[in-house]
Design a protein. Structure first.
Lengths: 600, 181
């Protein structure tokens, strides 16, 4: 797998050929190069630039944007610990320390012999079976000190990843409550046959009547989106399924991709029929790389069953096929226009909107981008009849919703409910006791306290993309918010200044408070920063980055205030300590060589 | 007609180049109407060495050594309103370019290994302020009330900012006057 030092050029040709020598496939090409060499060697960058006739800067720009791509070697084994708050609560930090001790290594450094590096990565979507880690992109769940020691040993003995014990890589579905989506009785083709009996406009109309709203969080009407796409002029139209499930605490798409992939592809195909698309893309987050082959198998089965390809179900002229693209560790690509940029092989920077993807999407053509669960639900609505679908849930939120429950509860996992279920009901079902707070829909969502547990999940009250993280009364909500603030600072794409600088400043201020240097002035500064982020950021990432702090400040202000020093102002660093180096260099220790803390 | 009490203003340059002060002087003849409204306390213009109680403190430059810290603290204690002026005061600016180098190796290279100054030894006279390991912007050491960005901010920007402040308004520089270079 690792042929560092030898010429990389011969192995590049097949990769470039596989992707049709197309610069639009740059991200997929780089992902394959990374897979082949463990990193993207300089010779490969030069060669790809010459071959695709694009500037070196474009390649380096793309490679440096995605956290799973590396332009320098980072060890034969790259160990990345998932660092969502749920991983923290399960003790990932002590496991990371243990791994570092085992391998005599500091986080972020590559070992002298080039064998291994250890670091952190954002939520890997394994919150119900953490702490989790990625080894060369492959996910390992349920880490224990014992497992960490074994892994350290396997690394030291240079055992190839393929020969590691299979149980490390087991990902459980943990379905605790199934509904019409997870236990649907239909066979592949049912929804498509129902759709083929209608006209294009009728399909869109049926989806509108079903009341289906996007399951990715924003809740836009799926029927309206498809209608807009259908009516938009364009030489070619596209269907894109957003499986870049990056919101910390969300893992329901992972289970749908595992259990209901066929049904999801069915939904995409129905959409293609409705809007007149010939090509579809599934954008799969890099963390779910292990699902790539099973998903490709499902696609192949569908082709063989006449559900994909040319003249689908014998319907002359209905041609549609689906390709899978891999993400490479960038949360912002979950935003639909950033996802499209990424599909086009660029840095995942959100576009200006309008124009919206329904008119100017992939390659500037009309594109319907929907979440995995939305496509499954659309297929379900057609198969079961839109009136039956509409009868589930509430008036403005029809159908059922998958909830990813994690954190302090007896039974973390997947729960499917009709919309309108109360937070308390979910808490009771998952066996949560002494609950202090629930983070709904991930860090960019809402944090609520016990006085709001009677609120209902649905677009009328608590909209959710599916994350449901439970915190009991032993947790410090300030630390929860600080973890989320670190997440946003790490995931900011860097395009707009308010978000790039604002999220970092927010992080520094939260760290300052955590280290005991915080004052009331800093709390005011946090609120001020939140306002700047909310009002001036380019996209939703910056606008929602302050939510964790705003919500926890609202509900758990004492968690912040108890950490403040009762001073008007305190520097973020130790002033006297900052002179230590100069004292050592000059040999001085007189009074002038020290800075005392100010008496206030 | 009883004359309105003049506001006291102190200014200083810390780890800066006095460019912001020069820019301040670029308000030219408007200095005269300004002097109807204010009087200077500690400032390079008056050569007063320590700050008395003031209404406004204007600080140019970042914090690179122990003396900077003392002066800045004196300003913060003495001035009701503290204004950070220019890139160095706000971000560390040019002096902060040394932040990615180790202070020890800087001193070694300048005073021990580089030809010219070499073999004089690293100065250790107690009269000299010790350098901090990193250069910091003002707001990391004390609370700062207002920021005027620019390298330097123009005389017009400083004039507009001060006259609005003196008139009791929250200063707004807006497009054209607010510059980061």
């Amino acid at each position: 797998m690792f042929s560092c030092g030898t010429s990389v050029v011969p192995s590049l040709e097949p990769i470039l050929l596989k992707h049709g020598n197309d610069a639009g496939q740059l991200l997929q090409i780089l992902t394959d190069v990374q897979q082949a060499f463990g990193y993207i060697p300089p010779e490969a960058v030069n060669r790809i630039a010459a071959h695709l006739n694009i500037p070196l800067a474009r390649i380096r720009g793309v490679a440096s944007f995605y956290s799973f791509l590396k332009l320098e070697p980072h060890g034969e084994y790259r160990l990345l610990f998932s660092d969502n708050i749920t991983d923290r609560m399960l003790g990932n930090q002590s496991l990371l320390d243990e791994m570092c001790r085992q391998l005599w290594l500091q986080p972020g450094k590559v070992s002298e012999d080039g064998l291994v590096s250890i670091g952190l990565t954002s939520c890997t979507g394994m919150c119900d079976q953490g702490p989790a880690m990625l080894v060369n992109g492959r996910v390992i769940t349920r880490l224990t000190p014992q497992r960490v020691r074994e892994i350290g040993d396997l690394v030291r003995r240079r055992i190839p990843l393929e020969d590691w014990p299979a149980e490390y890589f087991v990902v459980e579905d943990n379905i605790h409550r199934a509904g019409p989506l997870l236990s649907n009785p239909f066979t592949p083709g049912d929804a498509l046959r129902a759709a083929l009996g209608m006209g294009e406009a009728e399909i869109v109309d049926a989806i509108k009547r079903s009341g289906l709203r996007g399951r990715g969080g924003a809740g836009f009407s799926t029927g309206l989106k498809w209608a807009a796409c259908q009516q938009a002029p364009g030489s070619e139209k596209y269907v894109v399924c957003n499986a870049d499930e990056g919101e910390p605490g969300t893992f329901k798409d992972r289970v749908l991709l595992t259990r209901q992939a066929n049904w999801m592809f069915e939904g995409m195909t129905v959409c293609a029929l409705a809007i007149g698309a010939g090509r579809g893309y599934l954008y799969l987050r890099g963390e779910y790389r292990y699902l790539l082959e099973p998903l490709q198998d499902v696609l192949q089965q569908r082709r063989e069953a006449g559900l994909l390809g040319r003249d689908i179900l014998g319907h002359a002229g209905f041609d549609f096929d689906i390709e899978i693209h891999l993400g490479a560790g960038a949360y912002v690509c979950g935003e639909e226009s950033a996802l499209i940029e990424s599909l086009e092989g660029k840095r995942g920077i959100p576009r200006n909107r309008p124009p919206f993807p329904v008119t100017h999407g992939y390659r500037q053509q009309p594109t319907a981008v929907n979440n995995v669960e939305t496509f499954c639900s659309a297929a379900l609505a057609l198969a079961m009849g839109v009136d039956n679908f509409r009868a589930m849930g509430t008036e403005k939120s029809s159908g059922s919703k998958l909830i990813s429950v994690s954190g302090d509860c007896a039974r973390p996992g997947i729960y499917e409910y009709p919309f309108g279920v109360s937070v308390q009901e979910v808490l009771d079902d998952c066996g949560a006791v002494n609950t202090l707070a629930v983070q709904i829909s991930g860090p960019s969502g809402i944090c609520i306290g016990p006085n709001e547990f009677n609120r209902k999940l649905g677009f009328e009250d608590l909209p959710t993309a599916g994350a449901f993280m439970v915190f009991d009364d032993s947790r410090d909500m300030f630390e929860v918010a600080r973890n989320f603030v670190h997440f946003f600072a790490h995931e900011s794409c860097g395009f707009c200044t308010p978000c790039r600088v604002g999220t970092s400043m927010l992080k520094q201020t939260m760290d300052k408070i955590a280290e005991g240097h915080g004052t009331r002035h800093d709390l005011a500064e946090v609120e001020n920063l939140d306002l700047v982020l909310q009002t001036t950021s380019h996209c939703g990432l910056g606008r929602t980055a302050c939510n964790p702090v705003l919500h926890t400040l609202k509900h758990f202000r004492p968690a912040y205030e108890s950490k403040l020093k009762s001073l008007d102002f305190e520097p973020a660093f130790d002033l006297d300590g900052a002179l230590a180096r100069a004292r050592r260099m000059t040999g001085r220790d007189d009074a002038g060589a020290h800075l005392k803390a100010e008496d206030v | 007609m009883s004359e309105k009490k003049k506001l006291r203003v102190a200014t200083t340059s810390l780890a800066g180049c006095f460019g912001c002060h020069m820019s301040f002087l670029d308000i030219d003849e408007r200095l005269f109407p300004l002097l109807d409204l204010i009087e200077f306390d500690r400032s390079p213009l008056t050569d007063i060495k320590h700050c008395g109680p003031c209404d406004i403190g204007i600080v140019e430059g970042g914090i690179c050594n122990a003396e900077n810290v003392h002066v800045l603290r004196e300003f913060r204690k003495s001035c009701k309103i503290l204004i950070a002026v220019g890139a160095c005061a706000i971000n560390g600016g040019l002096p902060a370019q040394r932040n990615h180098l180790d202070l020890g190796s800087c001193l070694t290279e300048v005073y021990l290994t580089e030809p010219g100054l070499a073999h004089g030894g690293i100065p250790n006279d107690p009269e000299l302020p010790l350098p901090l390991d990193k250069v910091h912007p003002l707001h990391e050491v004390v609370k700062v009330d207002y920021f005027i960005p620019g390298c330097p901010p123009s005389g017009d920007a400083i004039w507009k900012f001060l006259t609005e402040l003196l008139a009791g308004k929250t200063p707004e520089l807006g497009h054209g006057l607010i510059k980061y270079d």
